[in-house]
Each structure stands twice: as structure tokens, then as C-alpha cells.
Design a protein around this ligand. Structure first.
Ligand SMILES: Cc1ncc(COP(=O)(O)O)c(C=O)c1O
Length: 479
């Protein structure tokens, strides 16, 4: 008999069925529905939905950086080159980029690792950041960090000595990792971050996790997210040294997701690369993939999709295979590469765009600092809440106590307690946050993640709504 469809749930790639990405999950779908209901005039106890589910600064009202947008406008439309409105340093910048584009057009494919000029600028930025050499040969640009993270994880898809390959990921983690590992069929090896130690990575816990996983799989790589998403910690240099020593002892390839390195609030950021160098032999010859993006930091150009991996000290055949697989995808978005160029080499003192750019950047940094302080203060003032200091990133991840009776109600609806909590919060206040379940958390603990970059008034409204909601929730379920 002829099949109605060639592709069905029975013959679909089953690995795709396990992918969960709560940042755009069911609660967010419900938020969208509520927005439509509000438009139709359905009565609710609130007048608008406040989206706090995703780290997308411009979606929360952050204005694009003028210098970046001028470069993009001119790169896309070089006819504007004579416009008196465009500063000279922007014109100069675009000329340099277009000189490196085939037929001087951002509409041509670039080399698959990215434009040479942009990769050179990335190397200069990294060398200045770390005070150690960087080479553009090690830089592979991508359409966002997600793109290159997936390409690097793909390298590990191979059984070793009859054991399935496995990758260690933090819990809580950013679900790009769990989702991509599911898609690739790699075993996920969770290690818990220590909430009562400011979300540090503790070597005992890394060892526990590695030992358990090694009984049935071959652990090949260790993912660290620093600054943390959703947890907002910035790792100390000593902690990074311990992690590197652990990875060396267990012969693990290190993946350092450092996409929030420019979203620093209170503690200095140390790159894994810099710390490895400073530790000397044998650590300075370990393999490392570290990731950076233009979606975060002061540029926050999520929609333009620009990121890169610095891939260090990998064996030559591995690098060839990586390059071949990347080449099949042609090249990253070339306008995104223009953004990367601006981020890696922003205007300097004395250049026409410097003063406007530094003012805009300072504003972004001030908003982040202020919101982080407000979130920390507010969450720690709510009974049943606790929240670690937010040292970096753009999220708060408070822990919440959920009364037993509320947990029973959640179970009846087939929801995890924190999913139930976030759904009630959305239905009663319009505030849309992501349950901790979507990132992973220790059993019997409950959290949610909220983005913190809303305009001040909206952010205060959100903090007030959450506080009121929680007090009512406690009252209802503690009676
Ligand atoms: C920790 C982390 N890594 C990677 C990414 C991917 O960023 P993009 O693909 O937008 O560059 C994100 C995005 O939110 C993130 O939070």
C-alpha cells in the first residue's frame, strides 16, 4: 500500500524528538496566545505581556549601536559613500571590508571561515584581551555562536572502544547544549553547579559526574559556560585553573562558552585561553574551543547572526575535517561578519564615531549594572526566594520555594512544580519567564530564569508583579 507521507513520526530521525528548548517553549507559546487574546479585548488582570524569556536586548527596547548600523547601511548600500551624514571612520571601515569581499559586495559568499579582514581583527582583539598571541588561522566565523558550537560538538560523534561518546554539561545549562547533544546523539553528562557557592564548578562534582558516566560511555569533552547562563556567575581564576587541571587529568577537550564576556557586572572575566597559557606546560598545549558572539555584549545584534570559535591546538586531520564540514555550509552571513568587525575593533579615541559609540556603550553597561542590582535586591526580599549575586550575563535565576499543595496541583496538571508556577505567574500577571526545568536544576529545587534588560519602568513593573504574585501564591497554598 502506498504511504500517505514519505516522512512520518515513525520514520523521522528520532533524535529530533528529544530536543527541548524551553527559552522558546510552551510557556512562551501561551504568552503569544495571551497577547492575541488581549488584542481581541479578552479581559485579563493585566494589560500587557512582559516577555522576559530570552536574552534578546533589542527585543527589550535596547537601541542598536549607531556605529554598527552605519557600517551595515553603507556596506549594504555603498552608493551612500558620498553621504555627508556618514562619519569618515565608518566610510573608511566599509572600504576596508568591501576590499575583502568578492566584487566588493556583501552579497557575495565569503571564504567559509569568514572574511580575512574580520578574522584578522578577531585575532587582534583576542591578543589584546589575553596578552598572548592569537592567529586568524584559528578563527572560524559562524552565523551566531550556536552555529559554531554545533559544528564543534559534531566532531565528537563517534563511539570509542565500543562506548558511546559523551559530553559533560553544567546543570543548570543553556539548552542549546542539551538540544544539540540530543540532535547529534551524544550522551549528556550533567554536572551540577554549586548554588550555595555562587554557582561555582566544584572538582569533586566534576569527578563524580565523570566517574558515573565513564561506566557506560566515553566522556570526550567538557562544556563550561562562563559567565553563566542562566546562573550569572563569573568564574574566578582559581576555579578556572581547577577546571583545566581536571580536564587535563581526564583527557577532555574543553569547550568554553564565553559569549557573555562583555556582559560583566562585578567580577573580572578571565578567558580559559589566558588561564591555560599562564599555567604553562602541560596545560598550555591542551585543545580548546572558545566561543564569542555579537548577540550579546554591547552590540547585542542577535538577529544579524554573528559569532566565532577560536579552535586551538587541534590535530591537523581534525582541523581539515572541521573545515570541510564548515565549507559545505558555504559561509556565515556576511553582514553579520561586518558586525563582528565593528565589535572586534570599535571606534578609537580621536576617530569621528568614538564619542557617540563610547556614550552608547556606557549606557548599555549602566543599565545592566542597575537591573542586576534591582533583581538581586528584589528577589532576596521576597519570602521563599533566594538569588545569588549576578556577576555577569543578563539573567537572574532565583530559587523559589513551592508549597507542597501547589506541587500536588502541578502534578495533577502533569507539570513540573516550577512549570506550574511560571504558568500561573503568566496567567495572573502577564510576566513570561522560563521555568528552571528548562535549564536543569538539582532535584527538589525550583527556579526560573528571567532576562533583566527591560526599560526601568517595565522592569520595576515586572519585579512588583512577581512580588505580588508570589505573596498571593503563598497565601493560597499555605492555607
Ligand atoms: C550561553 C550561550 N551560548 C550561546 C548562545 C548562542 O548565541 P548566538 O547563537 O545568538 O550567537 C547563547 C544565546 O543566548 C547563550 O546564552
Amino acid at each position: 500500500m502506498k504511504l500517505e507521507k514519505c516522512l512520518t513520526s515513525d520514520n523521522l530521525n528520532k533524535k529530533l524528538l528529544n530536543i527541548r528548548y524551553a527559552v522558546r517553549g510552551p510557556i512562551v507559546d501561551r504568552a503569544q496566545q495571551i497577547e492575541r487574546e488581549l488584542e481581541k479585548g479578552v479581559s485579563k488582570p493585566f494589560s500587557r505581556v512582559v516577555r522576559a524569556n530570552i536574552g534578546d536586548c533589542q527585543a527589550l527596547g535596547q537601541k542598536p549601536i549607531t556605529f554598527v548600523r552605519q557600517v551595515l547601511a553603507l556596506a549594504a548600500c555603498p552608493d551612500l559613500m558620498n553621504s555627508p551624514e556618514i562619519p569618515d571612520d565608518v566610510k573608511e571601515r566599509v572600504k576596508e571590508i568591501l576590499d575583502d569581499c568578492t566584487e566588493r559586495s556583501v552579497g557575495s559568499y565569503s571564504p567559509s571561515a569568514g572574511l580575512n579582514i574580520v578574522r584578522r581583527r578577531v585575532a587582534e582583539y583576542l591578543a589584546a584581551r589575553d596578552g598572548v598571541p592569537a592567529s586568524s588561522d584559528d578563527i572560524h566565523l559562524g552565523s551566531g555562536a550556536s552555529d559554531v558550537i554545533k559544528s564543534v560538538l559534531t566532531l565528537f560523534v563517534e563511539d570509542v572502544d565500543g562506548k558511546p561518546p559523551a559530553v559533560m554539561i553544567p546543570i543548570p545549562q543553556y539548552p542549546l547544549f542539551s538540544g544539540t547533544l540530543s540532535e547529534l546523539g551524544l550522551v549528556q553528562v550533567p554536572y551540577y553547579l554549586a548554588e550555595d557557592a555562587e554557582w561555582a564548578l566544584q572538582v569533586d562534582e566534576l569527578e563524580r559526574s565523570w566517574n558515573e558516566a565513564s561506566e557506560h560511555s566515553c566522556v570526550r569533552a567538557l562544556v563550561v559556560i562562563n559567565p553563566g547562563n542562566p546562573t550569572g556567575q563569573v568564574l574566578s581564576r582559581e576555579n578556572i585553573e581547577e577546571i583545566i587541571k581536571f580536564a587535563h587529568k581526564r583527557e577532555l577537550f574543553l569547550l568554553a562558552d564565553e559569549v557573555y564576556q562583555e556582559n560583566i557586572i562585578s567580577k573580572p572575566f578571565h578567558s580559559f585561553k589566558k588561564v591555560m597559557y599562564s599555567m604553562g606546560s602541560p596545560y598550555n598545549s591542551m585543545e580548546l574551543a572558545s566561543f564569542v558572539t555579537c548577540s550579546k555584549g554591547w552590540a547585542a545584534e542577535c538577529g544579524l547572526r554573528a559569532g566565532f570559535v577560536e579552535l586551538l591546538r587541534v590535530a591537523a586531520p581534525v582541523l581539515s575535517a572541521f573545515r570541510a564540514a564548515r565549507a559545505v555550509m558555504q559561509c556565515p552571513n556576511v553582514l553579520g561578519q561586518c558586525v563582528m568587525d565593528c565589535v572586534m575593533r570599535p571606534p578609537r579615541p580621536g576617530e569621528a564615531s568614538y564619542s557617540r559609540w563610547s556614550g552608547e556603550r556606557a549606557r548599555v553597561a549602566r543599565v545592566l549594572r542597575e537591573r542586576a542590582a534591582t533583581a538581586h535586591r528584589t528577589f532576596n526580599s521576597i519570602p521563599g526566594y533566594s538569588c545569588n549575586v549576578i556577576d555577569g550575563s543578563m539573567f537572574a535565576f532565583p530559587r523559589i520555594e513551592i508549597p507542597a499543595r501547589a506541587q500536588d496541583d502541578a502534578a495533577q496538571m502533569n507539570l513540573a512544580p516550577d512549570e506550574f508556577y511560571c504558568l500561573r505567574l503568566l496567567e495572573e500577571t502577564g510576566v513570561c519567564v522560563v521555568p528552571g526545568t528548562g535549564f536543569g536544576q538539582k532535584p527538589e529545587t525550583f527556579h526560573f530564569r528571567t532576562t533583566i534588560l527591560h526599560p526601568r519602568e517595565e522592569f520595576q513593573h515586572m519585579m512588583d508583579s512577581i512580588t505580588r504574585f508570589h505573596n498571593n501564591f503563598l497565601q493560597k497554598y499555605s492555607e
